[in-house]
Write a protein of this length. Sequence first.
Length: 301
Amino acid sequence: MSDVLSQLQTRYQDSAQLSFSATNTGLVMVTIENDFARAEICLHGAHVCSFQPKGQKPVLWLSNDVQFIQGKAIRGGVPVCWPWFGPHPTNKEFPQHGFARNQNWQLSDTMQLADGATELVFTLTDSEQSRQLWPHAFELALKVTVGKQLHMELLSTNTGDDEMVVGGALHSYFDIASIAQTRIRGLDQVTYDDKVAVQDGLIQRGDIIIDEEVDRVYLDTLATCLINDDGNERVIAVAKDGSRTTVVWNPWFDKAAAMGDFNNDGYQSMVCIEAVNAGDDCYALLPGESHRLTQTIYVLD
Ligand SMILES: O=P(O)(O)OC[C@H]1O[C@H](O)[C@H](O)[C@@H](O)[C@@H]1O
């Protein structure tokens, strides 16, 4: 990876907005700093680790016990889950949430937009390793725009000769002052499957208030969610496209404590709102076809 770091440092030595570093475990990190915000993106997983608009507290939660280990997902930020969400449908040995979050991506393109925002494109293509888990030729491109808003577009393209079915998620972790002073709006009356109670077909009534473990798959919804982060006196908006499934997750104490990379009290200051493609909301792509999944995150004025 250090070759990659020095190549990027050379390529972008004149950039005022981009700088590059390595974690102490050797993963390469891009830091974006412009008039609107500061963000960090790890090439491992094309993983947005932080997004902090000017004058705001961080919007994305990153575990205090985060580990940056090659081949292991980073706890917090925005993991790119792909080409499946959750456990593999037939093989429990295969990685949860697919393999894209566990591989090194390439930084393929960057651009400074006219308004001063920064756009970066990360790509991942099939390899011997990926084909062992998923026998398809593909190109995956994550375009990240860092401005007043954080905009992410995940474009999956079938570059092979056979149909391929893609699922996945932009699995965003949000940083809130306190879960006790947080409510999530936007999913009132939406049907959901409750993975904790193991009950399907429930209906959300009103706002979501979290005071225990929550792992819910909201179905057939394109809604923008609003996180009332009252402890920080702000509202975070989470909009999406190309996804009819929204997952809301907080592991609460026991599950958080059981994860080696999740600080024990971290569940009090995070919630995940995920733009998901899963179940009936996966996409069959013929050769040459693409699917675009997007998520846009911003703090309301
Ligand atoms: O621990 P991970 O593999 O990153 O998964 C973290 C979580 O992701 C999603 O929110 C799923 O709905 C949860 O069931 C899962 O626990």
